[in-house]
Design a binder for this molecule. Structure first.
Ligand SMILES: NC(=O)c1ccc[n+]([C@@H]2O[C@H](COP(=O)([O-])OP(=O)(O)OC[C@H]3O[C@@H](n4cnc5c(N)ncnc54)[C@H](OP(=O)(O)O)[C@@H]3O)[C@@H](O)[C@H]2O)c1
Length: 503
């Protein structure tokens, strides 16, 4: 395939067999912002199947041409691409649209007919880009129309967006509903963090380099801090966020996924089941987050303040938010893993909205050397070695170590050794949704959440929500927008003799 750098020399990248993508929620934000631009980029990179079509479905009245216009508008708005090129034209010609109510069986008959008309596909990938309240409806209707399950006519797979349930009970019910109509190997539960290059690179970093694995344990690592910081507030998502909060929105899925990738044992091979087996072990080893009815999770809500030079309102003054809302926009917690490798090594997780900087990072802090040899010459304290994995926005890995300050007798100062994805390899880093759409079409679920992971994660999180509900209505701690969260989040760290990193 000339012109495709991924297929040069020995680096042959697989291309999926011919496929049709069916997007439920085709008129929505996710489709416009992420999915349509991802399809364009995949096509530009020669990664789409030789014969590829997409059928969009939603209630909005639109025809094929209307959906194609929406595709072109999406490229302009969200991909910074003028959609007049051959790639956009040829992809647009393979986009189709069906409008209708998602609980109407006639929609699924029309879909079946459309799929038959689009000849030559080896398989069909359904994508639920719809509100979670209608996941069950679509799954049932697909089953009733004979579009679920395995078939001799080719593969069928389904991508389910986040959130996957709102607690353990609803997650179990959703898993049961999906499994009534699809086998687990057909189900791809998305967590877009897993599609990020640096997150995948974490596995390569750990298991393709001999250097770090021997020290990746309780003997050498003091603790791990995982931060998911956003500068944005609730924006237009109040209706969803009011019922979710930071613990559900960020911790149950994204931060838990990051933690398991840091903490997992080496898989016996890079196969979906082996990797996911080792990840679930981590969650199963985690101590409960609630002890004697008390949740070990600090929660808080942002008050008015300043972010990036602009004055912003407090959470309760945001459009669509209840003026006396107790939804948390910040959480900080300590995970303790009862495993041979990690006993006694805390994993501190924090996430919040309206923090000073947008960044997601994993910081692994190593123990100090056993003896402070330079103490006399360099009385200032020696910074511990730190390995920082930047998940976003500047994907990369940095290592902090001590160095001698030039022209001093023996003054020490910390320095960084940096690897940046953007500069190290040249070329654009693919967006998470490109990677995940491609993997689903290839039938590789490694970067998707398995049913037991989702349930194990809710098993840890749900008791916290239950304990919060049972708590007397104490005032929720506040933090000023633009600050690094509430002071209450510092106390548990201080009690351990540690502090949050200043980012
Ligand atoms: N937007 C993002 O960046 C993002 C990121 C992560 C996860 N997600 C997840 O992706 C899913 C879709 O999110 P979104 O932001 O695209 O939502 P959205 O903008 O509200 O779009 C929802 C889509 O579902 C359709 N729909 C069909 N039946 C519906 C019903 N009964 N009620 C409401 N909408 C219905 C809507 O179109 P019609 O009104 O035309 O039917 C629309 O196409 C959600 O599960 C969300 O949590 C989104």
């Amino acid at each position: 395939m000339a012109g495709n750098p991924l297929n040069d020399g020995l680096r042959i990248e697989p291309t999926p067999g011919n496929a049709t993508l069916v997007i439920f929620g085709a008129s929505g934000d996710l489709t416009r912002r992420k999915l349509l631009p991802a399809l364009y980029r995949l096509s530009r990179g020669h990664r789409l199947p030789a014969r590829f079509s997409a059928i969009g479905i939603a209630r909005t009245n639109m025809d094929d041409e209307g959906f194609r216009k929406q595709f072109r508008d999406s490229l302009r708005e969200f991909a910074g691409v003028e959609p007049g090129d051959d790639i956009a034209r040829s992809l647009a010609a393979h986009l189709y649209y069906l409008s209708g109510e998602l609980d109407d069986p006639a929609v699924y008959q029309r879909l079946t007919a459309r799929l038959q008309e689009i000849d030559g596909a080896d398989g069909v990938l359904f994508y639920l880009a719809i509100p979670p309240s209608v996941y069950g409806t679509v799954i049932r209707q697909l089953g009733a129309a004979g579009l679920g399950g395995r078939t001799s006519e080719g593969w069928r797979r389904i991508i389910v967006e986040k959130p996957f349930g709102t607690d353990l009970t609803t997650a179990r019910a959703l898993n049961a509903e999906v499994h009534r109509h699809f086998e687990e190997e057909q189900v791809f539960r998305i967590d877009h963090f897993l599609g990020k290059e640096t997150v995948q690179n974490l596995l390569v970093f750990r298991f393709a380099n001999g250097m770090f694995e021997p020290i990746w344990n309780r003997r050498y690592i003091d603790h791990v801090q995982i931060t998911g910081a956003e500068t944005v507030g609730v924006e237009r998502r109040a209706a969803y966020y009011e019922g979710a909060g930071a613990l559900r929105d960020m911790v149950q899925n994204h931060l838990m996924q990051l933690m398991t990738l840091v903490a997992m044992e080496p898989p016996i091979a890079f196969t979906a089941e082996s990797v996911r087996d080792r990840k679930i072990d981590v969650l199963l080893s985690a101590q409960p987050l609630v002890n004697n009815g008390r949740p070990n999770v600090v929660r808080a809500q942002y008050a008015a303040g300043w972010v990036a030079g602009s004055e912003v309102p407090g959470y309760c003054r945001e459009p669509g938010v209840n003026g006396s809302s107790t939804t948390e926009t910040y959480v900080a917690l300590r995970m303790q893993l009862d495993s041979w490798r990690w006993a006694g090594v805390p994993f501190y997780l924090r996430t919040g909205k309206r923090l000073p900087k947008r960044t997601t990072e994993i910081a692994i802090q190593f123990k100090q050397p056993p003896l402070q040899v330079f103490k006399a010459a360099s009385p200032s304290s020696v910074s511990p070695n730190l390995l920082v994995i930047n998940v976003q926005p500047d994907e990369g890995i940095s290592l902090r170590f001590e160095a001698k300050v030039p022209a001093t007798r023996m003054q020490l100062a910390p320095v960084m050794m940096n690897f940046r994805y953007g500069t190290a390899f040249g070329g654009p880093v693919p967006e998470a949704y490109e990677t995940l759409l491609l993997d689903a079409m290839l039938g590789d679920p490694t970067l998707f959440a398995r049913h037991d992971f989702v349930e194990a994660s809710w098993t840890l999180i749900t008791p916290v929500h239950e304990a919060w509900r049972a708590e007397a209505a104490a005032a929720l701690p506040q933090y000023e927008a633009g600050e690094w969260g509430p002071k209450e989040a510092d106390a548990p760290m201080a009690a351990d003799g540690r502090r949050w990193r200043t980012l």
